[in-house]
Design a protein around this ligand. Structure first.
Ligand code: KIV
Length: 256
């Protein structure tokens, strides 16, 4: 296992920002996908709590457990040696500072180079960084809040929301995070945050001006045609040849 040290991960993100090298990242939840992403040269791979919707068939991410992430993280770790491996702290696993650190240490033991927390959990971020684990922040639309928010909606449309997002972004940078995900943030606010921070922003549905982009890999390759976020244009429609191969196999088997 080629697990990366704090300084190496932090340096990668800060250097990418200063050298204006855009960062490309995707999610993965299993060994073969992780291996294909790494062999394609992806910068970092996220074992996200989107796992709940993409792999486990849940309606949202709120039921994903730390054990679920650990299980899939171990599989992904097997396929990753040069990309940075990031893991999500799922809902309820970072509510208190001590719990956040213990959960992060468990993810590190399962193979994570870095952990990601949803929301401006500043004390938790400081403590995780102090424990020697690199942190990625995540603001904007927070999927772990979907049961409260009821629908996925763009953030930063009002001046109040825009200024709250800017404040959160600065607080997360000051807490020692190495990068920050902006999910469904208006492109103008995403651009402002990107301009003001020294750490890179990683956008998802937040316009082209972030320092990098992240997507759920199955959205990008058209493997889940029943759920397509409006901001994703799939590069390929893998569901169609997949189903054709299965149908051909069924026909050949039955005809033999
Ligand atoms: O869980 C996930 O896949 C994520 C991305 C949407 C950033 O958090």
């Amino acid at each position: 296992m080629n697990q990366k040290k704090f300084a190496e991960v932090d340096r990668f993100f800060r250097d990418s920002k200063t050298s204006r090298n855009k960062i490309a990242s995707l999610t993965a939840y299993d060994y073969p996908t992780a291996r294909l992403l790494e062999e394609s040269g992806i910068d970092f791979i996220l074992v996200g709590d989107s796992l709940g919707m993409v792999v486990l068939g849940h309606p949202d991410t709120t039921q994903v457990t730390l054990e679920d992430i650990e299980h899939h993280l171990k599989a992904v770790r097997g396929g990753v040696s040069s990309s940075i491996l990031l893991a999500d702290l799922p809902m309820g696993t970072a509510d208190e500072v001590e719990r956040a650190v213990l959960s992060s240490l468990r993810l590190q033991s399962a193979g994570a180079d870095m952990v990601k927390l949803e929301g401006p959990l500043i004390l938790q971020m400081r403590a995780i960084v102090a424990a020697g684990i690199p942190v990625m922040g995540h603001i904007g639309m927070l999927c772990q809040q979907i049961l409260v928010e009821k629908k996925y909606q763009i953030k930063g449309k009002t001046p109040e929301e825009a200024s709250r997002l800017l404040q959160e972004a600065h607080a997360i940078e000051e807490a020692g995070a190495s990068a920050l995900v902006l999910e469904l943030v208006t492109p103008w606010v995403a651009q402002q945050i990107t301009r003001e921070l020294a750490i890179p922003t990683i956008g998802i549905g937040s316009g082209p001006d972030c320092d990098g982009q992240i997507l759920v890999y199955s959205d990008l390759v058209g493997l889940q045609p029943w759920f397509r976020p409006s901001f994703v244009i799939p590069k390929v429609d893998l569901a169609t040849p997949f189903k054709k191969a299965i149908r051909d196999y069924i026909q050949e088997t039955k005809a033999a």
